[in-house]
Ligand binder design. Structure first.
Ligand code: GDP
Length: 198
């Protein structure tokens, strides 16, 4: 698949308003500030594709990007809720829409979970992993901002995350990534191709 061809399709506030549930899609999730938008932009080689998702008022929406003209292959940007100062009621709504989407979206083939390599497996990440596990949904973890660590430290962070997730090794894969340096893009593309074309 040609990821630079990605273009914004639509935003949906709820599962009911998502585009037709056919073909295949991969969703990106991550705690706010983990580097999710930057990862999507690096993958698609577009400077501001995922910025749409950061426009105030759109942060709680599920954003869809089409990878070709036929709309059969899609990338999905899920709202991150880590640091957002929002009322508890809004947060709960948000979680409900997210878990609805993960549980019921038939075309969803896999989840890319973006984590800052220096702060992996936050509470948000563990919630997402738990939901994915409930659905036997495969997860690919991007340990991003790898450029912030020396090579040895990044490699050992990768090993630590892998070993903490050993019991899920059939469902979870992990890689280092840097949007800044363009590190790990091919590995990510290979994972997405396997899900979207498989
Ligand atoms: P999001 O909230 O998860 O979408 O996070 P952003 O993509 O907006 O990134 C949050 C901050 O981390 C921004 O200041 C980015 O410039 C920075 N950032 C994201 N990815 C990288 C990376 O790979 N390396 C470095 N050094 N900084 C990054």
């Amino acid at each position: 698949l040609h990821y630079p061809a990605a273009r914004f399709l639509t935003s949906a506030p709820t599962l009911a308003r998502c585009p037709d549930d056919r073909g295949a899609e991969v969703a990106f999730a991550g705690r706010s500030n983990a580097g999710k938008s930057s990862a999507i932009n690096a993958l698609t080689r577009q400077k501001a594709l995922a910025r749409t998702s950061k426009t105030p008022g759109r942060t709680q929406l599920i954003n869809f990007f089409a990878l070709g003209e036929d709309l059969e292959r899609r990338l999905v940007d899920l709202p991150g809720y880590g640091f957002a100062k929002v009322p508890e009621k809004v947060k709960l709504e948000w979680q409900r829409h997210l878990s609805d989407y993960l549980q019921r979206r038939a075309s969803l083939k896999g989840l890319v979970l973006v984590m800052d390599v220096r702060h992996p497996l936050s509470e948000f990440d563990q919630t997402m992993l738990g939901w994915a596990d409930d659905q036997s949904m495969p997860v690919h973890i991007l340990l991003t901002k790898a450029d912030k660590l020396k090579r040895g430290a990044a490699a050992s962070a990768l090993q630590q995350v892998r070993s903490r997730l050993r019991e899920w090794e059939d469902l979870v894969t992990v890689q280092l990534f840097s949007a800044l340096k363009g590190q790990g893009i091919e590995e990510l593309e290979a994972r997405l191709d396997a899900w979207l074309l498989g």
